[in-house]
Every structure is written in C-alpha cells, then in structure tokens.
Design a protein around this ligand. Structure first.
Ligand SMILES: Cc1cc2nc3c(=O)[nH]c(=O)nc-3n(C[C@H](O)[C@H](O)[C@H](O)COP(=O)(O)OP(=O)(O)OC[C@H]3O[C@@H](n4cnc5c(N)ncnc54)[C@H](O)[C@@H]3O)c2cc1C
Length: 537
C-alpha cells in the first residue's frame, strides 16, 4: 500500500530526533515479496532517478534521525508485525511487531528479551535490530546484538538471504558479499582491533569488530545497528532469557554529584542487575506531570501516587531536593538473598553523603522505573515554547573515568545558558543529556555544532563513544571521523560499498553523502522548527 497524502508525509517527516525531512512517499509492505520487489525497482531506477532511496521504518522513535529520509519510507508496523515461530527460548518475528506486543508473548512463557529499551511502550522489533538497542538491563545482559540469532534480510541485489553464523573455515564457499566483508576485515585487522571503542556498549560506526569471533563468522553482528543502511530485515529471530522471580530496588538520593564516579564504582562491586539514574529536573517534571499516567486510577489512585513521593518530600524537608536519583536493582530467585544484597550495598556506601531507600512493593518500584523510562517523553510533551534537542544525548565513558569526566562535562554545559535534563545508565557510564531549546532562535545551529564538538572531544579524551545505543543517524554521522579517524571511516565507506554500491538504503546515515545527509551543514539546514511531539511518535 502506498500513501503520499499531505497528512502522511508530514507525519513521516519526523522521528524523535531534532530533524524534519519530508519524504516523497510512504509504503506499507504486506510481506517480504513486496520488499524484494521494491528494492529491485529502486535499484533498477536509481540511474534514471538518482534521488531514489529507501528508509526502513518501524515505530519512528529513533532519536538520531535514522528513521527519516527524503525519498521512500517503508513502514513495517502496519502489516509486517506478526510472530512467525516461538520455539523454546527462540522467537522469530516480523520487524514491525511492537515490543509491547512481543513482550506479552514472551512473558506468558516466563521469558524476556533483556535488551528492551526505555521506549518499550512505543518501539518495534525492527527498530531494535536497526539501532542495536539497549536498556536498563544491558549492564548485566548486553545489547540487541547479543540476542539476534538469525535474520532474513533483503540485500541491494533484491535477494532475501537468511543470515546466520557459520564457521570461518567455510568462508571460501560462502557468497561473494560474505567473502568481501571477510577480506576487508582481514586486510585491516590491526587497525580495526585498535579502533574498537573501549566502553561497555557502543552504537557508533559499523560493528566491524565482532563479525569474526571464536572462529565463527556472523554477519548479523554487522547488520544489527546498521540503521537499515546495508539491507532491510524482514524477519528476526531473537534469543530470550528467563525472567528473574524476584527483584529489589534500592533508590539512592544524592545531593552532591561530586562523589558520583566513586559511588558508581562501589555499587557495581555489588553486581546489580541495573544501575540507572535521573536528575532533579526529571524528578520535578515527574511530580508535576505524572498525573497523566494516573488519569484512569481515580481520586484515591492520585492520592496514593503523591503519597509515594514521601521519601523525596521528607528529604526536601531535611535539607534540599536530591540532585540525582540512582536506581539499583538486584534480581534473583530468592527474596531473602536480595534483602541481603541491599543490606550489603547500604553497608558498602555508608560513608557517602547519600540517602538510601529500599522500595516496599511493586507499585513503589514501578513508580521509579516509570520516571526513569518516561524522562525524555515527559520533556518532549510538556515544555512549552522550547523543545527537546537530543544531539549530545547518548555519550558513554567507562565508569572509572566518571569522577574526572563529569565535572569537565558540567563545565562545558555551564558555558551555555541551557536548561537540560540528565538521565541514563550510570552503571555503564552512559548518560542521556537532553537540552531544551527554542528552535526559532537564530543561534541554535551554532550551539548544536559547538556543543557537539566540545562534548565529543571530551568524550574521546576519555576513550569513550559518541553514542552508546541511540546510534549515528543524521546527528552523529558527521562526527564519526572525529571518533574513529580517516582509515576506519574509509573501512565503513567500503562496508557500505560492498552492500549497497548504488546507495539505495537510508543514505547519509553511517556514511555521509557529499553535500548531503550525514554532513554538519545538513544538520543545520534540516532542524525541525516546530515542537515535534505534536506530529511525531
Ligand atoms: C522516549 C524514548 C526513549 C528511548 N529510550 C531508548 C533506550 O533506552 N535505549 C535505546 O537503545 N534506544 C532508546 N530510544 C531510541 C529508540 O526508541 C530505539 O532505538 C528503538 O529501538 C527504535 O525502535 P523503532 O521501532 O522506533 O525504530 P525506528 O525509529 O522506526 O527505526 C530505527 C532505525 O532502525 C532502522 N530500521 C527500522 N526497520 C528496519 C528494518 N526492517 N530493517 C533494517 N533497519 C530497520 C531504521 O531505518 C532506523 O535507522 C528511545 C527513544 C525515545 C523516544
């Protein structure tokens, strides 16, 4: 099905990023044959119509501009959203299945995909594949790349291939595209090894590091997180893990951020399942706007909700609002064991000037998780006159660098009179900084450019990555050279040429197009001037 109505083109010109780009047409494939036929036609017609391209899209919650493009948008959520098979701990789905529907199926069998995101109420499985998504459980369980067992992908030659791991010894009898990737990696082995970001998780660049591992060749490791620039996934098989029987949440309120780095180190020593954070501004927003979530809970539900903020109010009375809230979750089979872990944690951090609150029940626990997961959405929907500007939204450094890194980051942010919130995955050293900006003011592109340069320079001085999970898209592709250097960026360009020589798949993401998408000028000239939550996801 095809749609080029004004309303549809306006809707699809946005994702959750700072950009607005109007496509020419939106298509809704019914099955993989539709995808194959489209790729064949675009490939054949590219010479005649050089601007033709395909941007795969699922729920459009991408924060990097990865799900928008100037030509054809291929939306999988309308029809290609079904489960294909569910066998033990393996589940195969079409890319357009929403995570929230997927989770219902897996939880019914006591299983979960542990790399679920904070956007799990909105996003879809193809987007998790496309972005190599991660979330609160990544600290213990890893990212999407660790859970994709197999995929079906339509390549640029309009052939749908089943991509699965095989022994490296079989490479000589593999298809041409596999051999070319193998040769490229072998030809740059040392440089690739040296360029691997030394962080807990990375979404920047093509993941050339993990394709060959333990004598296994797995192209999924490259396709996951490639933002639909190398091929289009039509089916994905995920591995699931059992859901832990019980969990316990310790909430740590910090009035002073200075000891954060050391504190994170101490907490990690207790091996929590998750270690997340949100700042005072996020907490205020939650208290102010969370009524929305409780609309259907009635008067007593509201009272109960405000009552649940008692720990925070008490803290305020004792001497101020917390600057940062840390959520430390322990999970396991035995409730008693979890209580012990919480006690050990309290003992371990007793010399820090923090308050610790252990949640009493599931309701209280989910309040804290809701605030953490909804932090970005609260901002996007509620701030008048300004809009959320995710452009330095996903930096990561190893946690041991945090004590030095964070004060320097604060100093840079302090140079600009910005309001911003910070939330994120403190255990991984991954912070989401979301400034609020009035995009109608003339200086905005300059600030975005300057801050990106300064913050990324700092991140790279601490051997970090410019994106841990939100990926490169339009907003970070211009900075890949800064992060990886000329040689590795040319390897990325070669990867793109091997898979997509005519540049028909999502151009300008991961590899820039000269004077086009993926350049700094393109960022400045394609900012969405209106508040996007009205039209976007
Ligand atoms: C409030 C909020 C919170 C978020 N929290 C997190 C978080 O905790 N962790 C995290 O990792 N991300 C987070 N994100 C970013 C985003 O939600 C995730 O990356 C998500 O998994 C994207 O899913 P989607 O279905 O919206 O994909 P889309 O935005 O539609 O697409 C994402 C990318 O995948 C590509 N793609 C889509 N379908 C296919 C396909 N069939 N084949 C190949 N490529 C494809 C697209 O081209 C695009 O580049 C958050 C976003 C928001 C708005």
């Amino acid at each position: 099905m095809a749609d080029d109505s004004e309303e549809t083109l306006v809707k699809y010109s946005k994702d959750a990023s700072i950009f607005e780009i109007r496509p020419r047409l939106v298509l809704y494939p019914l099955d993989s044959d539709d995808v194959v036929n489209l790729v064949e036609w675009v490939s054949k017609s590219k010479e005649k119509y050089p601007d033709l391209s395909i941007t795969a899209r699922c729920a459009g919650t991408d924060m990097s501009g990865g799900a928008i493009g100037e030509s054809i948008i291929l939306d999988f959520t309308r029809y290609m959203n079904k489960m294909v098979t569910f066998d033990g701990d393996r589940i195969t789905v079409e890319p357009g299945m929403l995570y929230r529907d997927f989770e219902k199926l897996t939880l019914a069998k006591g299983l979960i995909l542990p790399c679920y995101t904070a956007s799990k109420s909105m996003n879809a499985m193809g987007g998790m594949f496309g972005n190599n998504s991660a979330g609160e459980k990544t600290l213990k369980y890893g990212k999407a790349e660790d859970y994709v067992l197999e995929s079906k992908v339509v390549f640029a030659d309009a052939v749908e291939r089943t991509v699965k791991p095989f022994p490296v010894s079989e490479i000589s009898s593999a298809q041409e595209i596999y051999k070319k990737v193998y040769d490229l990696i072998k030809g740059n082995e040392e440089e690739i090894k040296n360029a691997k970001p030394n962080v807990h998780k990375n979404s920047a660049g093509y993941y050339i590091w993990n394709i060959i591992k333990n004598n296994i060749f797995d192209l999924n490791k490259l396709l996951v997180g490639s933002q639909g620039t190398l091929g289009i996934a039509t089916q994905i098989t995920f591995k699931l893990v059992p859901v832990a029987k019980s969990s316990k949440l310790a909430v740590i309120f910090m009035r002073d951020l200075e000891p954060l780095g050391r504190l994170v180190g101490e907490i990690l020593a207790e091996k929590p399942e998750a270690l997340e954070a949100y700042d005072d501004k996020t907490l205020w927003l939650a208290i102010k706007f969370f009524r929305e979530f409780l609309k259907n809970k009635g008067f007593f539900g509201m009272v109960k909700f405000f009552w649940s903020f008692l720990p925070e109010f008490k803290m305020m009375l004792r001497g101020g609002f917390p600057k940062l809230v840390l959520l430390v979750e322990f999970a396991g089979e035995d409730g008693e064991e979890l209580n012990c872990k919480c006690e050990k944690l309290i003992e371990r951090i007793k010399n820090f000037q923090v308050e610790v609150y252990i949640t009493k029940d599931r309701n209280e626990t989910s309040k804290y998780w809701d605030i953490r997961r909804e932090s970005f959405n609260l901002l996007r929907k509620h701030i008048k006159g300004k809009r959320t500007a995710p452009f330095i939204d996903d930096i990561i450094v190893r946690p041991e660098f945090l004590p030095k890194f964070l004060p320097e980051l604060n100093r840079i942010l302090g140079e600009y009179k910005l309001i911003y919130t910070i939330a994120g995955h403190a255990g991984d050293g991954n912070f989401h900084i979301i400034p609020l900006m009035d995009f109608s003011r003339p200086g905005v592109p300059r600030v975005i450019n300057e801050l990106s340069e300064k913050v990324y320079d700092l991140v790279l001085r601490y051997h970090g990555s410019i994106t841990a999970e939100h990926n490169d898209g339009l907003v970070r592709t211009p900075y890949l050279k800064k992060m990886f250097g000329e040689r590795i960026v040319s390897v990325f360009a070669e990867v793109k040429r091997i898979f997509d020589p005519k540049n028909i798949f999502n151009p300008g993401k991961k590899v820039p197009v000269e004077n086009g998408p993926g350049t700094k000028d393109y960022i400045s000239s394609h900012l969405a001037l209106e508040h996007h939550a009205r039209h976007g996801v």
